[in-house]
Design a protein around this ligand. Structure first.
Ligand SMILES: Cc1cc2nc3c(=O)[nH]c(=O)nc-3n(C[C@H](O)[C@H](O)[C@H](O)COP(=O)(O)OP(=O)(O)OC[C@H]3O[C@@H](n4cnc5c(N)ncnc54)[C@H](O)[C@@H]3O)c2cc1C
Length: 469
């Protein structure tokens, strides 16, 4: 009987634990060590206004197969739902408009598709992109912002691309890498597309609107975490921070930080035959320091964006705009020239039919962009006040909430800058040289849930192969 220690009880760690059990059956005991008091990491289903409501990640990309397949595999297909037909809006150029369909994260397949959010000059700049000559991409990743600004002009980036990227990475185009965040566009260019417009066009579905783009689970994403843990048969140790990782002649030793309050004695060390790390970059940096120093250094280079989600339950019947939500660009102002603290609102009762029927009217406000703590610096009361003021200005919602919950996600999202792919290559090469060690999670191949699940599957397979060659 071998023992595998999984460090981190987020979606990546729990998927890995589940996959290890599927691969190895009763030949292995599995322990999941989680530093906080509960599993989930960036997935958290809370009670807001008496309704189970996700206040971390709220949905997953259903166009990628990993999460949908996992949900079906663990027997939760009956809880899988897709958004209603409500469309998203965007505050662009000073007013709220429909979010243009037919773009790849704001990179358009035609100037017409984005004309609604651009000035006439902006539209013309986009139109010209096709005739600018080929896009030259070198071996290394290129900064997305400067490339798009040169090809399409600033307006498209500021009004459309940035708000969309901000929703995923909490970072803007100028700090992110093309290959790291939009690999499909780079591949299309390398495959012969003569412009970014043509590359975007080649990536969009030929018959738009046929397949659902996103999915979630009724009752909240917590249902998936619980099921993964249950089926993994793993022992869960919460409030258990792995402080140090060392190699022993036969495997690994995990040492623990003192549980809070800090005077309490630390748990005794635990030995394991293999270790799977599914923790954010700062923890991975620390734990790999003595065992895979090159990987540790690379994890240490990853920058993180902080954000907060302010969840509201309004009285039943509260009127919301006819939309699934509103994105807000960084430079946007209201009619009086006053900026917004929020970067997006999700009108969850409009977006998800099961929440629309739930009773209270549910809304999520998101705050926080990379390098701009802004309203995050204030206390919870001032954050709630700022987000409510935005909601009133943008959507005319002035009702008194019956419940409010602030959830802060300090360092919640790794930034995929131009050095990201090379950094991940360094991490994976260094870890591959250490037997009985694997890494998974949002730092590697995408922050979205499908990408996290993919890394967890791969890490579990690596451990399984190594333990029973
Ligand atoms: C507010 C927000 C909204 C998001 N929305 C979406 C969305 O709608 N759709 C989507 O696809 N993605 C979304 N994301 C991204 C996605 O949620 C995350 O990238 C993903 O959940 C990360 O999962 P993970 O398991 O890799 O890491 P985490 O969820 O960070 O889990 C890592 C776990 O490790 C634990 N840990 C850390 N150090 C130690 C240690 N030393 N010992 C033991 N345990 C430790 C942590 O407590 C944590 O529980 C969102 C992210 C945020 C922050």
């Amino acid at each position: 009987m071998k023992h595998v220690a999984v460090v981190g009880g987020g979606i990546s760690g729990l998927t890995a634990a589940y996959r290890l059990r599927r691969l190895l059956g009763d030949r292995v005991t599995i322990t999941v060590f989680e530093s906080t008091a509960a599993i989930g990491g960036k997935l958290r289903t809370a009670e807001v206004g008496g309704v189970s409501y996700d206040v971390g990640a709220e949905a997953f990309l259903a166009r990628r197969p990993e999460v949908v397949a996992l949900v079906e595999e663990v027997g939760l297909a009956d809880r899988l739902v897709h958004p209603t037909k409500a469309r998203a809006k965007i505050h662009a150029g000073g007013s709220v408009q429909s979010l243009p369909p037919g773009t790849v994260m704001g990179v358009p397949a035609s100037a017409e598709s984005v004309a609604g959010v651009l000035s006439e000059d902006g539209r013309r700049a986009v139109e010209k992109e096709r005739s600018l000559g080929p896009v030259e991409l070198g071996e290394a990743d290129v900064p997305l912002g400067p490339l798009l600004r040169t090809r399409f002009g600033d307006e498209l980036v500021d009004r459309l691309v940035d708000p969309l990227l901000g929703g995923v990475y909490a970072g803007g185009a100028d700090g992110l890498g093309l290959r790291a965040t939009m690999p499909g566009l780079a591949t299309a260019i390398e495959g012969g597309a003569s412009s970014l417009t043509e590359a975007a066009s080649s990536l969009l579905p030929k018959t738009p609107g046929t397949a659902p783009v996103f999915g979630t689970l009724t009752g909240g994403l917590r249902g998936l975490l619980d099921r993964l843990l249950e089926l993994s048969g793993a022992e869960l140790r919460t409030s258990s921070t792995v402080r140090a990782l060392t190699r022993t002649p036969s495997g690994w030793r995990l040492e623990f930080g003192a549980a809070a309050p800090s005077h309490a004695p630390a748990d005794s060390p635990v030995d394991a035959d293999a270790v799977l790390l599914a923790v954010p970059a700062p923890a991975a940096r620390k734990l790999l320091d003595g065992v895979a120093p090159v990987a540790s250094t690379a994890f240490g280079e990853v920058e993180l964006a902080s954000m907060a989600v302010v969840a509201f339950a309004f009285p039943p019947g509260t009127e919301l705009p006819d939309a699934s939500g509103i994105l807000i660009g960084a430079g946007e102002r209201d009619a009086e020239g006053v900026p917004y603290a929020s970067k997006a609102f999700t009108f969850s009762s409009n977006k998800w039919a099961h929440l629309g029927d739930a009773g209270p009217v549910l809304v999520r406000g998101s705050v926080g962009r990379f390098g701009e703590p802004g309203a995050l610096n204030g206390d919870d009361d001032s954050l709630v006040a700022a987000v409510r003021a935005d909601l009133a200005r943008l959507a005319g919602v002035t009702a008194e909430p019956i419940d409010t919950l602030v959830t802060r996600w300090g360092g919640g999202l790794p930034q995929y800058g131009t050095g990201h792919l090379e950094r991940v290559n360094r991490i994976e090469t260094a870890v591959a040289e250490v037997p009985g060690l694997a890494v998974a999670g949002a730092t590697l191949h995408g922050v979205g849930l499908p990408a996290c699940v993919a890394t967890a599957d791969a890490a579990a397979r690596r451990i399984a192969e190594q333990l029973f060659v």
